[in-house]
Design a protein around this ligand. Structure first.
Ligand SMILES: [Zn+2]
Length: 430
């Protein structure tokens, strides 16, 4: 005779509750949040020049580009919080974001989508294998082709911002970080002063911060990742995104409906090593760019796998300029500073131009607390190198733009002012 096991209803309900609690506690925090707190949209476009343009980055080049290693891209990543506040980050395989590009795009997306200035961030990867967006030669055909490219680029960036906003869809946003070690300080002290050579003892920022965007069904849709290092592995005459271009390609090539966005950090005094052909026996500069790209992509893959830290709203946005003085009394320059807070969970500081690594190390230290801090440079405008007070006093290549010693304190003070001003609303009483 078979023996039937009979459990009392109370016992069964207790077992059910225990199993349910075990399942819920096994879920990562972000996935337990239901419904998703964010809407996220992406779009991208190829911006590889079709005509023979001159390349940006190295003064020794004496002819236009002769082909391509990789396509260049501009990519838009749009966020909308639960209150409907929006933010669009545009990353691009370009040497720099010119004031003209920033102003043109800003005006058009304000008119078309009501996107305010503080809700728009433009970042260049600082690839030295991208096009000049200002003509390098007085020859009329160079002037014409460069102007034509700059106008088409502006239209493309405006278009992908519109597409990313149109594609906004519910998403969970989390972050974490990993590390990559190929960036090295490039300010070597010698008896003759600081020279542009690898310095293994100089300051670096090897952090690889990663924002992870996932659809409610768990599908990975986008990753925004950063690194503080010049994209100067390559110096030939072919278009390419350098290590950042390869890192994005490697992350995307085995995923469907996914975009990887590279946000350049404070790499003003950082180079990838080895770089160029001949630095490594048997390896070309393209091999070296691929190798660094793989290293960075691997760091991002790890950051995508480790426990996810939830990013919560609301979005709090500020964009203001600070006047930077020159040592020789020239009129001061307008320097834009942008601070973006994702509630009290995450802060993104966007500095302009070629800020050296001291800025990210200092701001991460000073703004540290409960909040994760990410410091990008090469955003919104280009005014040459932005040295710290230390670099200015030491001299060398990154200290030649003629800034007054007050530059670092003025920028840091503005960041702190905007950071304090952006206070998340106090939690409501239950
Ligand atoms: Zn540079």
């Amino acid at each position: 005779m078979n023996t039937l096991l009979v459990f009392s209803p109370v016992f069964v309900s207790r077992i059910f509750i225990l199993v349910f609690m075990a399942l819920v506690s096994a879920l990562p925090a972000a996935e337990a949040a239901n419904p998703p707190a964010w809407k996220v949209g992406t779009a991208s476009v190829v911006i590889t020049p079709e005509k023979k343009l001159w390349m940006a980055g190295y003064a020794f080049r004496n002819k236009p580009a002769e082909g391509k290693d990789q396509d260049l891209f501009a990519k838009a990543l749009a966020f909308e919080d639960e209150q409907g506040t929006r933010l669009v980050l545009v990353t691009a395989d370009l040497s720099a974001i010119s004031r003209a590009l920033r102003t043109g795009v800003e005006q058009k997306v304000k008119a078309a989508h009501g996107l305010p200035r503080e809700a728009l961030l433009l970042n260049a990867s600082h690839t030295h294998s991208g096009p000049m967006v200002r003509a390098a030669s007085a020859r009329p055909e160079v002037q014409r082709d460069t102007a034509e490219y700059a106008a088409a680029l502006e239209d493309k960036v405006v278009r992908i911002i519109g597409e990313a906003l149109k594609n906004l869809a519910p998403a969970n946003v989390t972050w974490n970080q990993a590390r990559a070690g190929f960036a090295m300080n490039r300010r070597l002290p010698t008896p003759k002063g600081f020279v542009n050579e690898p310095n293994p003892d100089g300051p670096v920022d090897h952090q690889v911060p990663v924002l992870r965007v996932e659809s409610p069904d768990g599908q990975l849709r986008a990753a925004l990742f950063g690194y503080a290092c010049h994209n100067t592995t390559m110096r030939g005459y072919v278009w390419g995104g350098d290590y950042a271009g390869y890192a994005q390609q490697y992350l995307q090539e085995h995923r469907k409906d996914f975009t990887a966005h590279f946000l350049m950090g404070c790499g003003g005094d950082q180079n990838p090593y080895p770089r160029m052909t001949g630095d490594t026996p048997m390896m070309t500069e393209i091999d070296n760019a691929r190798s660094h790209g793989r290293t960075l992509a691997n760091a991002v893959e790890v950051a995508l796998r480790v426990p996810r830290r939830p990013i919560t709203g609301p979005l709090l946005l500020a964009y203001e300029s600070v006047q930077l003085d020159y040592a020789d009394g020239r009129p001061p320059a307008d320097y834009p500073v942008q601070v973006i807070k994702f509630g009290s969970s995450f802060t993104l500081v966007a500095l302009a131009s070629e800020a050296v690594v001291d800025y990210s190390l200092r701001l991460k230290r000073e703004l540290a607390g409960d909040t994760a801090v990410w410091v990008a440079a090469y955003c919104n405008d280009i005014l040459g190198y932005i040295p710290s007070q230390r670099v200015l006093r030491e001299g060398g290549y990154e200290a030649t733009a003629g800034w007054a010693e007050s530059v670092e304190e003025k920028i840091i003070t503005k960041v702190h002012q905007l950071h304090r001003q952006l206070q998340p609303p106090a939690p409501k009483n239950p």
